[in-house]
Design a protein around this ligand. Sequence first.
Ligand code: BG6
Length: 489
Amino acid sequence: MTFTPKFPKDFLWGGAIAANQAEGAYNEGGRGLATSDILEYVVMEKRVDHKRPFPSADEIRHILETENTRYFPRRHGINFYHTFKEDIKLFKEMGFKTFRVSIAWSRIFPNGNDELPNEEGLQFYDDLFDELKKHDIEPLVTLSHFETPLNLSLQYGGWVGRELVDCFARYAETVFTRYKDKVKYWITFNEINASLMTPYVSSGLIRDAVGEEGLLAAKYQIAHHQLVASAKAVELAHRIMPGAKVGCMVIGMIYYPQSAHPDDVYQALVDQHKTFFYTDVQARGEYPTYMKRFFAENNITIKMEPGDKEILKNNLVDFVSFSYYMSGVSARSESAEETEKVMGNVLSSIKNEFLDASDWGWQIDPVGLRTLLNMFYERYRKPLFIVENGIGAYDKVEEDGSIHDPYRINYLRGHVEQMKEAIGDGVELLGYTTWGPIDIVSSSTSEMAKRYGFIYVDQDDMGNGTKKRLKKDSFYWYKKVIESNGEEL
Ligand code: BG6
C-alpha cells in the first residue's frame, strides 16, 4: 500500500533574509555601525581553509579611518530599506504565508548600550511589519542575525563580555513591547552555534578580547552568554506577548560516519553534539553532561552568575528552528587528516563521494534533511521550523530578461519532497522559509554573484547595476508549490 504524506493546511511557506545582507542604508535613520559594516568584499578561493575575518580593535579602527578607499557590500545590501514595499509585493505574488527578517540591533540602539532607543529605527520596522500585515504575510523575526552594534565589540570585545546579556535583554524588551501586536513568531539568535567557527561575524568577538584561557574557552563563554540572553528573551517574550512563539536556531548539520568503523561512528556523534549542545540547552533547559565532560577535559571553566541555571531551566523555547544546506562526514582523527575536505555553510567537512556539490562546494543532500528532521523531533518533541534552505548559484540573464535556473528548482524540489516525507514520519513542521528569496549579499564571501533568489537583483559584486528586480523560472515554480500546498513540485 502506498502512503502519501501531506503538508498541513496552515503550513507557513515563505522566504528568509537578514538585515545586514539586504537592508543597506547603513548610515540612514539614525542607525549605528554594526560588526557587519566593516566586512569587505573578498574574492574567496573555493577551498576549505579560507580566512575567517577576526580583527583586533586596532584593525577595526584602521578600517574605519580608511573607509573611503574601501567597499563594504553589507553597508548597501540590495537597498531593501528603501525597496521593501515593492519586494514584498513580489513575495505576495508568489503566495508567501510568512517572511523571515531580522532586526538590525544598531537601528534600535545605535551603540548597543544607549539609554534610549532610536525612534526612527523603531518606526522603520513598524512600517515593514505593517506592510507584511497588509499582504497577510506573517513576520518571523530574528533578533540577532550576524550583526552586533560595533561599539559593543570595541567596548566589551563582543559577546565574550557579560555586559552584552543585559544590553540584549533591553533591546529584546524594547522590540517586544513595540511590536507585540504585529509579530507572533520570533527567533533569538541566528545559527547560535556559528560562533564556534566565525566568532567575529556571528558574535562580534575581537582578537584582543580573547583572554589567557584561549580562543576555545572564549567561544564557549560566548555560547553561555548568548544562551542566557536567549532564555531571558524567551522570558520577556512570554510575559509581554502571551501568544508569542519563540524559537532557537542552529546550523542544522547532520554528520555521517565515513565508514562503519566504530570510531568513525562515535566521531559522528561527537560532531553532532557540537550542534545539539545549543538546542539541548534551549529546548531542555540545562547543560548536557557530554559538554560538562568536554569542558573538564579541555580545561574550560564557564563563568556563570547566580541565577543563570534557573533562567536556562525555566525558559524553554517553543519551537526549534534551523538552517539546512548540506550534510557532513565525520572520521576518526587518523583517517580524517588524509581525506579530501569540502567547503560548507560556516562548517567545512570531509567529502562525501555519494553527493554532488554546488559551485561553492556545498554537498547537496535532501535525504539528510529528512533524517535530521526526525532526529530533532525525536530528541525534543517540539515543533520544528526550517528557516533557511537553498542553493547559491551563478545565474545568467538572457537577452529577453528571463533567467533559467533548473538547478535551483531541482535543489529545492528535492528538499521539499523530503520535508513531506518527514511529515509523513510524524515530524511536526511549522513551516519552510527558503534562504534569500530575493538575491542578497552573501554572508560568507560578501559576493552578489552567489545567488539564492527566486527574484534576480541586477547588481554586481561591487554594487554596480540598476538594482532592477527580475523573476527567475524558480519564481513561477515556487508560486505553484505554495498554491498547491506542496502537491505540485
Ligand atoms: C547561513 C546564514 O549561514 O547561510 C545566512 O544564516 C547566509 O546569513 C546563509 O547568507 C548562506 O550563506 P552564504 O555564505 O552563501 O551567504
